[in-house]
Design a protein around this ligand. Sequence first.
Ligand code: ZN
Length: 416
Amino acid sequence: MTHATGGSNLRVDGEALWTDLMETARFGGTPKGGIKRLTLTAEDRQVRDWFVKACEDLGCAVSCDSMGNLFARRPGRDDSLPPITMGSHLDTQPTGGKFDGILGVLGGLAVLRALREAGHVTRHPIELINWTNEEGSRFTPPMMCSGVFAGVFTEQEVLDKRDRAGLRFGEELEAIGYRGEEICGRHPLAAYFELHIEQGPILEAEDRTIGAVAGVQGMRWYEVTVRGRDAHAGSTPMPLRHDTLLASARMIAALAEVARAHAPGVGTVGLIENRPNSNNVVPGETFFTVDIRHPDDGVVAAMEAAFQARFRAIAEAGGVTLDIVPIWDAPAVHFDPACVAMVADAAREAGFDPRPIVSGPGHDAAYVARVAPTAMIFVPCKDGLSHNEEESITQADAQAGANVLLGAILRADAAF
Ligand SMILES: [Zn+2]
């Protein structure tokens, strides 16, 4: 019998969790041991089909909303209550690892399995969620469909998004067969917990197993287009050039200086396109993205002002024009203190000393926190490495994280 505070001797099956992680890694598996499973591709459909079957095999009913978000529901004693939920994402970066997002979904599956095998019936229904397009790699921005769920984006603006090949989100969602009937967002949640790898070096460096995540740092994204003039590389003297790649290189270096001046702020240029990109032509147009982040929204605003001033000065000195378009603004997120405490208590009960931590990366939980009490659980990943095929965690840490997720869910079931 479960104790009223949520304490219990229920435990997840770590072997089965690891088997699931390795089995689903085949869908989009790369020769280097990572996963390329971009949202709304054939590989995404394959892993969704696997997920639906695995949940149904555990006695859950799976529903799909109009953005392709999947909800696997395990009934509770009082099915009129909104569900206690957990989840993450099964899509990956083009050279992604086996655990980013996937651990949160399959860790949730391990929780459902533990409840079933123990014959434990919760008061609330328990739901496991797979959010569509968390990564934002194929269709920008990230956390797109948890964003629609939370009212951050409209359904129509997301359906009209196009990838770099010009393919439309709405048609690609239809094509994989996961555009559901339920209108996205009309699905009340009592609470939401997301287990995720840290994607940073702190837990490993401090030899800690569980991070109790207090929130997510603020972040803003921009698209920058620098325009100059294509010219012959042999006949155009240096002072007469309008070289957009050279100006962009200086801007990229300036962004790094701005980030360092606002520690622990970070600034990144991760995507660049150069035209005409020919070995004997002075580049006449360069496009790149900018990503800045800091735990304090005020400092994010200061970083924005600083890098834009530096970019303008560099453009002027280089004889090129500059267009900076803000494309995404995610304010700093502060998770529900009661849910964060449930994570910390569940960690202690499982024998771990939880490390309070603020997330560097964004997560679906950051948007879900706008509509439901939310918290996250972090486990370490080797060398803090993520968005990389070498991304690596231990089976013991995966199991520990899923056990803390289970403990948090049981606490929430008792508390809400
Ligand atoms: Zn993720």
